[in-house]
Design a protein around this ligand. Structure first.
Ligand code: ADP
Length: 329
């Protein structure tokens, strides 16, 4: 059986990008609880300026949304990262395996530090070491596959490098995982700025479709999406026409078609946007309805998370203990 691990940060409300890039793949896996682990990675939300009460609230909201999206607690293990100490225990050993240089080369670190410096803000050390904690998240469970969006590919590559390096130096402790990406919509772009990804913690909410947006809000955001100037009507060209390509990717991901093929069905942007809006509203409708039911019973979500943490701990502890022994502790 292939073991799967993946996570989502409670740094904001979950977006269409999170859903199409990652969560939908998680829901599609039909597994046993020990082989499909999904985590609200709350420690990762502390790498940037944060409000304690908001992080706690968003963690529970993310877990509720994952259940609403279709994760079945009888078929997977859903838990909160900070409930399982093994992640931070292992992260230190991996910090002793990683180099300062390779972490400073991570694209997300470079982008986020550039933004922080431009705003005159300090950069937390944990922003630099975050990919190491992420490697610990994955390696603690011996995961074979990590279903993620395109933006996480580099961090999973680092995880592989660290696993291989540790195994070569100290003995075969870790499974070397690989990233699995969706065929379309692996990188959903911001509707207002299609050169940057739709990210839940970005400031510009107008370009971001949140999973809990009301249908009218989804429609408004999609209809106001920035499209590209240029001749030739609706064509699929991610480099030259990123706005339209993004809409076609979203449509393809919602309807199951091919973006290039779908492009041939449109001459103007208006009808394309209307179809994208309809498709997204329909995609999110069941999720919103189920979320409303689950949110009415927060005790149940809490029970799922406690049980999940118990299962996760039992899986991670022997792996992390082996790593401690192998490294000489
Ligand atoms: P965010 O950048 O929204 O804070 P997370 O780091 O919590 O996202 O990522 C959760 C999952 O969602 C990851 O697998 C990530 O690759 C995926 N993801 C995030 N944004 C997008 C996007 N715009 N398009 C596709 N996948 C995405």
């Amino acid at each position: 059986m292939t073991r799967i691990f993946s996570g989502v940060k409670p740094t904001g409300h979950l977006t269409l990008g999170n859903y199409l890039g990652a969560v939908r793949q998680w829901v599609a896996t039909d597994q046993k609880p020990d082989d499909a682990l999904f985590c609200v990675v709350d420690l990762h939300a502390l790498t940037v300026e944060h409000d304690p009460a908001r992080v706690r609230r968003l963690s529970r909201q993310a877990a509720t949304l994952l259940l609403a999206a279709g994760l079945d607690p009888d078929r997977c293990t859903l838990f909160v990262q900070s409930h399982v100490d093994e992640h931070t225990r292992l992260a230190y050993l991996l910090e002793c395996t990683a180099t300062d240089g390779e972490l400073r080369r991570m694209i997300q670190y470079r982008e986020k530090t550039a933004r922080a410096q431009a705003a005159g803000e300090g950069v937390r050390l944990s922003l630099l070491t975050y990919p190491v904690l992420m490697a610990a998240d994955i390696l603690a469970y011996g995961a074979d596959e990590v279903p993620v969006g395109e933006d996480q590919r580099q961090h999973v590559e680092l995880t592989r490098d660290l696993a291989v390096r540790f195994n070569q130096r100290y003995g075969p402790v870790f499974t070397v995982p690989k990233a699995t990406l969706p065929a379309v919509a692996a990188r959903v772009m911001d509707l207002q700025d299609p050169t940057s990804k739709m990210g839940k913690s970005h400031e510009n909410g107008a370009g971001i479709v949140y999973l809990l947006d009301e249908p009218e809000v989804v429609r408004r955001k999609v209809m106001r999406a920035v499209t590209d100037s240029g001749e030739g009507g609706v064509v699929y060209d991610r480099a030259a026409r990123p706005g339209v390509a993004n809409l076609l990717d979203i449509l393809a991901a919602c309807t199951g078609g091919e973006p290039e093929e779908l492009a041939r069905g449109y001459e103007q942007y208006g009808p394309l946007k209307r179809d994208v809006a309809d498709a997204v509203v329909e995609l999110l409708r069941p999720l919103r309805e189920r979320h409303a039911e689950l949110a009415a019973d927060p005790g149940e979500v809490e029970r799922v998370l406690r049980a999940g943490a118990g299962r996760a701990r039992a899986l991670a502890r022997p792996v992390v203990d082996r790593a401690y022994e192998a490294i000489g502790l």
